[in-house]
Design a protein around this ligand. Sequence first.
Ligand SMILES: *Cc1c(COP(=O)(O)O)cnc(C)c1O
Length: 401
Amino acid sequence: MSNKNFDPASEIQDILVFGEFGGVNPSITDSATYTFLHAKTMSETFEGKTEGCYLYSRHWNPSAKNLSNALAKMEGTEAAWVTGSGMAAITCTLLQLCNSGDHIIAAMTIYGGTFAFLKNYLPKFNIDVTFVDTTNEEKVKAAIKPNTKVIYTETLNNPLLQVADIKKLALIADKNNIKLVVDNTFTPMIISPKKLGAHIVVYSMTKFINGTNDCVAGAICASEEFINALISVNDGTAMLLGPVLDPLRASSILKNMHTLHIRMQQHSKNAMYLAENLEKEKVDVKYPGLKSHKDNGLMTKMMDKSMGYGGMIAINLVTQAKAQQFMELMQDEKVGYLAVSLGFYKTLFSCPGSSTSSEVPEELQKEMGMSEGMVRFSVGLDHDIERTFKRIMLCYKKVMK
Ligand SMILES: *Cc1c(COP(=O)(O)O)cnc(C)c1O
């Protein structure tokens, strides 16, 4: 048995049906609907009784299926389903798991869109949410109610890069008959939440998995039973809300997955270089790969060490004015782009307090330990990271003098 989590070079071949014309990439199935030779097969397909038959592309499409198979292989889940955005993956998963009157325990440091959905949108359906620090297991245990159906967390949170102990959370979930849902957007191939006990893994593929910032997409990796329920023609949330991924996009994302491991390693290597050197210069930097980060030991236990600690770092500039000046200078110096999102070949930076986490109220931001001057970096694939470091320091010194 290999100790590597996933190797696209051998494992993608295992799960694809080769293109009809012998191409090394599978043919793109550019169809909304599919023919049946026999009327009986159509009715059996509607009842979910056939294997390998396609009915309609809101349900399954062969190109989406190829990408889903690759993702399931990567995560070690039985199945997966791809969506038109990360938010679609998250919202469909939660709406599938919860009925009116149910309760969710969610991490308080989560992606702003997810936070807004849980806090502002779910009350419409009488679904109650308690936000807790999921890195503290006692707080999670104390929040459990008889109607709790889901514990929701991100592997690495945004922007503080604290690490959730997936194994411990999974034990708590299992004991109480609760599903543990993990958003692993920041750490594909680095951490495999399913292998640590999570029940469902969700992704925004917009970020590292696709890696080219040319589309928005998401994925749900779970058991065959959950995915089938999600796309049931009678009552499946994904089938009925319909946030499908276009087959042309699905096939381009699959091609980008061929290099995911190499990209993750380079993002990690560059982020580690920056974090170590910034720390040497006495910059207040957060990176889980640093010994000074409180979750360094936990992350080291959970990760595939060949992949590194990921591409995200955060630097504290103390005030928002300084953070903004710093980011504008860095863009002028060609360090990267002042933009939200992550996982691109160029370094991207933003100030979460006023952008991606602006949905999180200010008092809660304080409680989470977020500073208004925090600048989050998604470190790029730079070949000359030494030069990038020098440029960052130049900007930092100008602002913090
Ligand atoms: C971007 C992001 C999302 C939302 O994904 P979209 O593809 O933008 O819908 C969810 N979770 C995390 C951690 C993200 O970074």
